[in-house]
Write a protein that binds this ligand. Structure first.
Ligand SMILES: [Zn+2]
Length: 267
């Protein structure tokens, strides 16, 4: 599943490729993904120029002059930029064709992606309006995390995966950040001290930032997209040993998601 670093990398890549391009037509091959693709999409996009590509949480926002195309990649979605037209494959649900022939293709084997159109402020769209602070901005820090966790008895891992608390921290990076901050994922959020909240906020920022800088956490094969081929310290290593103390890692379920931690290093 694409997480925030992959979405940010996608944004940067598409910003380079798409800004200034004029849309010639839209070809919709699949009328419904997670939600129906807006029927007016082809009409409203034709003739528009892409002015910018932005991101809020895991949503990509394309400024198309008169309105915004909002895209969420879901579980398996991927946006390909093709400099030359080529025949669509089985899971290529939509093409946005630009003047001169290049196109943006939405590929999604599991069809959990979302495409929306709005002429209003995209940040006020019902799906985006309640998203919490961006983890890579100064509005997210230890003081903030301390403040919002005081009344929460929920496990700290579930708190940081709640997009209303902080935008776009998925399972992988929650596991990694808690390991780096030396905090057990099943601790009650309200039990965290201010220094622990500071450590956790910094760790969340670091793991996301490093993943963005490595820039290679996804790759595209012929008919599939593999996200996160990189090695992680704890995620996916439930039967492995801790890179700090060499003790056995432990795997539990929290909120039905796999959670791996070191019972010696994380308190
Ligand atoms: Zn350890």
């Amino acid at each position: 599943m694409p997480e925030l670093p992959e979405v940010e990398l996608t944004r940067r890549r598409l910003e380079r490729e798409l800004v200034g391009r004029r849309i010639e037509r839209v070809e919709v091959r699949t009328p419904k993904l997670r939600l129906p693709i807006p029927v007016e999409l082809s009409t409203v996009l034709t003739g528009r120029t892409i002015r910018s590509v932005e991101r809020r949480g895991k949503y990509l926002l394309f400024d198309c002059e008169e309105g915004w195309l909002i895209v969420h990649l879901g579980m398996t979605g991927f946006l390909h930029f093709l400099p030359e037209p080529s025949p669509p494959g089985k899971h290529d649900h939509l093409d946005i064709v630009f003047a001169g022939g290049p196109l943006l293709r939405f590929h999604d084997p599991r069809k959990f992606g979302t495409l929306l159109w709005t002429t209003a402020d995209p940040l006020s769209h019902p799906l985006l309006a309640r998203i919490g602070p961006e983890p890579l901005t100064s509005s997210f820090d230890g003081d903030y995390l301390f403040r919002v966790s005081r009344s929460r008895r929920v496990a700290v891992k579930l708190l940081i995966m709640n997009s209303e608390i902080v935008a776009g921290v998925g399972n992988i990076y929650a596991n990694e950040a808690l390991f780096r901050a030396a905090i057990r994922p099943d601790r009650h959020a309200s039990s965290l001290s201010l220094p622990e909240c500071g450590r956790l906020a910094a760790s969340i920022r670091e793991v996301l930032q490093e993943s963005i800088q490595q820039g290679s956490t996804y790759r595209v094969a012929e008919d599939s997209v593999a996200y996160h081929p990189l090695e992680f310290a704890v995620y996916g290593r439930g039967k492995g040993s801790c890179s700090h103390c060499n003790g056995a890692l432990e795997e539990i379920r929290l909120g039905s998601r796999s959670t791996v931690f070191c019972p010696r290093c994380q308190k």
